[in-house]
Design a protein around this ligand. Structure first.
Ligand code: HEM
Length: 537
């Protein structure tokens, strides 16, 4: 007997036999495998009992197509209306419409974990707080980043937000008819007929604030008055990619993670203007040790996000690496700009579309400015804005109706309200669906009605518990203090100083859900309000 005959194991013999059969029969075997897999998923999977679109029962195509169409938020509302509170949206994914289930899934410590959806978001080599899916590592990074994001730290940055608001106001001023110049329209000056894209200006504002807060310098969008170097568009395209490829993360290695991309300069994300500024600022702060004494490159004594993260790194380099500094500061721009802009756009669109709401809101703000509840001139403080109950109700209602995240937030988990969920199942939640729950928000939950927040304080508390515009639990939005601070300062100021009117009343805002809901179509006419003194003259 030869040595070879002795060493061939039975397993190897079977595998070799199988390979031989496969080589000959593959044209038949591959389709057979696909059909059997479809049949298994459709009729034998533990999730077969859950209703949903036919395509979704055996393939991820349904949710990929929905994400490509940028209508995921609307598709999910329709789905739940048609199929009920739990819908199967892919072979191993269930979508839930109940806010109490969402609270359970998102609560810290309930053993629900972020899915690989998040792993496609850049930077893959050094995940930031949003993209980090290892819970222990995430907790370590978040501990460091929580410090600069606290409300106290944010309020210390208030002067820089104020400067950006002043600048926005001066830019908007340029579109206002100057009634002091007789015949201003005939003179070709901007006037009543000037259409202002308020949505764009709010977008530029949100970006410039983040530049100030994260890197101590504005990105210059307000100054340019345009999307400089298509930076915003680049981010939106990148989010679109994340949203779609996040549904099928396996293919990311063939696309964005494919090293060949680096050879095409236009596709290299490192060339985007925001990334370039972030890298430049990071280099300016070296050696990092000087940041420890508050003598950082921002030079004006203020502690921006970058310098605070550098300090966190210096405290414990093993827990918060150098790469984390860049990833977290840079990630803030991606996570915080479109989201804040979208929220402000929703607010303005809803309020300007509802004349009675607008009248009541403007009355509240004007009265508050007259009686000293809020400053009559210049910027409005956070604490002052808290004394505007109707404004707060309008804001909550806008975040309820059109939350800034439009794609599902997904988690892995195995048990919900006593119901066992097979391991590996993704649990999907969509704010647009959750916030329309009639049992929680009322029978008229489909309508924008700020009064619901003022009618019964106890009920308002319950509704507040079930709002998910900032996510929840261990992964609750770290930038919510900044976003709310910014919004609470800028919106009442704009409504105090200007009058706005929609150019196309009754036209829906175009809302494209990439990850965030990117909105278009907030065109307005704008004019300066007369001060009390001017009105009397
Ligand atoms: C109105 C504005 C904003 C909205 C509506 C919003 C919404 C959200 C939501 C829903 C999540 C949870 C996502 C998930 O679990 O998958 C989230 C997480 C996050 N947000 Fe925001 N966000 C806003 C502003 C900001 C700002 C200004 C920043 C930073 C400057 C920021 C940074 C982050 C980060 C880092 C996370 C990940 C948190 C974690 O996983 O621990 N966001 N945001």
């Amino acid at each position: 007997m030869s040595t070879d005959e002795v060493t061939i194991s039975p397993t190897r013999t079977i595998l070799l036999g199988a390979w031989e059969i496969f080589k000959e029969q593959w044209p038949l075997l591959i389709p057979l495998f696909i059909v059997l897999r479809i049949l298994y998923r459709r009729y034998a999977s533990p999730l077969r009992e859950y209703p949903g679109p036919f395509l979704a029962s055996f393939s991820r195509l349904w949710k990929v197509m929905s994400t490509i169409s940028e209508r995921t938020h609307l598709d999910h509302i329709e789905l739940h209306r048609k199929y009920g509170p739990i819908v199967r949206i892919s072979p191993n994914e269930l979508s839930f419409s109940s806010p109490s289930v969402a609270r359970h899934v998102l609560s810290a410590g309930k053993r629900f974990y972020k899915t690989d959806f998040y792993s496609v978001f850049p930077p893959p080599e050094n995940p930031d707080i949003f993209t980090e899916i290892r819970e222990d590592v995430h907790a370590m990074k978040k501990k460091v980043a929580n410090v600069p994001y606290s409300m106290a730290a944010m309020r210390q940055l208030s002067p820089f937000i104020d400067d950006t608001i002043d600048f926005l106001v001066s830019r908007l001023d340029q579109f206002c008819p100057d009634t002091a110049i007789p015949g201003f329209q005939q003179a070709g000056l901007p006037g009543r007929n000037t259409v202002v894209n308020l949505g764009d200006w709010l977008h530029f504002f949100a970006f410039d604030v983040l530049g100030e807060v994260a890197f101590g310098r504005s990105f210059g969008f307000l100054a340019a008055g345009v999307d400089k170097e298509n930076a915003i568009k680049t981010i939106d395209n990148s989010q679109k990619y994340n949203g779609i490829v996040g549904q099928i993360p396996e293919i990311d290695c063939l696309l964005r993670r494919n090293p060949l991309w680096r050879w095409i300069p236009a596709l290299d994300p490192n060339n985007a203007v925001i990334t370039r500024i972030a890298r430049e600022e990071m280099e300016k702060r070296r050696p990092f040790e000087i940041e420890r004494d508050g003598k950082g490159a921002s030079g004006d004594g203020r502690e921006d996000l970058l310098s605070s993260l550098i300090k966190g790194h210096l405290k414990d380099k093993t827990k918060f690496h150098e790469g984390d500094i860049f990833a977290v500061a840079h990630g803030a721009i991606f996570a915080g700009s479109d989201s804040t802009a979208s929220t402000m756009q929703s607010f303005f669109w809803h309020v300007l579309s509802a004349p009675k709401v607008l009248a009541r809101l403007v009355e509240e703000i004007d009265t508050a400015a007259r009686d000293g509840t809020i400053s009559a001139q210049g910027n409005i403080q956070w604490t002052e804005a808290q004394n505007l109950p109707y404004f707060q109700a309008c804001l909550k209602e806008a975040m309820r109706m059109r939350p800034a995240v439009g794609v599902n937030i997904a988690r892995y988990g195995i048990e919900i309200e006593g119901r066992h969920i097979p391991g590996g199942t993704r649990l999907a939640l969509n704010g647009w669906v959750l916030h329309r729950d009639k049992a929680t928000f009322g029978q008229d939950a489909d309508y924008y009605r700020p009064e619901r927040w003022l009618e019964d304080p106890e009920n308002a508390k319950v509704m507040e518990r079930y709002m998910f515009q900032f996510g929840g639990g261990a992964h609750v939005c770290i930038g919510r203090n900044l976003a709310l601070l910014e919004i609470n300062k800028v919106i009442p100021r704009l409504l105090r100083d200007f009058e706005f009117e929609l150019v196309y009343p009754g036209r829906e805002l175009k809302a494209k859900a990439t990850f965030f809901v990117v909105q278009e179509g907030l065109e307005v006419y704008i004019s300066r309000k007369k001060s009390e003194k001017e009105a009397q003259q």
